[in-house]
Design a binder for this molecule. Structure first.
Ligand code: ZN
Length: 210
């Protein structure tokens, strides 16, 4: 559980990153922190990439239907324009943002804003996802959450994709992905020739989720 720093005097901004696999509760944790801030009468703005429209266009929605108003945006720098008079900025699904997201978070923190970022740290091939490694490097506070491996019940860091690539873009669907621990993930990958081939061809490509 993250304990909010008790900072007195001049207002200082900082960056919190919540990371982990799919089904690890990242969005739930983001929502929990933002709701506590609202109780404290702090002004909160939440952003998510426009690509993440799986359930609801204007809300950050977690798997347990806990929701909070958010703004879908195409470009991370839009956050700087839209967060001019806020205490806290929440950013969900940060792995999908462009490579300016790190500078955006730094700029916000320098303005005295508390920045809370949630995102997938690895794609389904087990590779670092998008700008998440950089965001983790510059963060003041990091929370890594774990799902539960559906095979053996240990803690899970990996998001295993069960089916070949389909035409539909589906994010976070339990019938497409499942959380697995390192051992069960790698055993499944070794037995899955299609995913193995993708892994081999992916070294020069962007991380893949779909
Ligand atoms: Zn396992």
């Amino acid at each position: 559980m993250f304990i909010e720093p008790n900072i007195s005097g001049e207002r200082r901004g900082w960056i919190e990153v919540i990371c982990g696999s799919m089904f690890s509760g990242k969005t739930e944790e983001l929502i929990r922190r933002l709701k506590r801030a609202k109780i404290a009468h702090l002004k909160v703005e939440i952003f998510k990439p426009a690509i993440d429209i799986r359930f609801d266009e204007n809300n950050v929605v977690s798997h347990d239907s806990n929701l909070i108003n958010s703004t879908p945006i195409d470009n991370s720098q839009t956050i700087l324009l839209m967060a001019s008079d806020v205490d806290i900025v929440g950013i969900d699904e940060a792995q999908f943002f462009d490579d300016e997201i790190m500078n955006v978070c730094e700029t916000l923190a320098l303005r005295g804003i508390r920045v809370i970022v949630a995102g997938l740290d690895m794609d389904y091939l087990g590779k670092p996802f998008g700008q998440m490694p950089k965001l983790l490097a510059i963060a003041d506070f990091i929370t890594k959450l774990h799902a539960i491996c559906v095979v053996c019940g240990n803690i899970a860091n990996n998001s295993y994709r069960k089916k070949p690539h389909g035409s539909q873009v589906l994010l976070g669907e339990l019938d497409l992905y499942e959380p697995r621990c390192r051992k069960c993930y790698h055993e499944a990958m070794e037995n899955d020739k299609t995913l193995q081939a993708e892994l081999q061809s992916s070294f020069n490509n962007a991380p893949k989720l779909f």
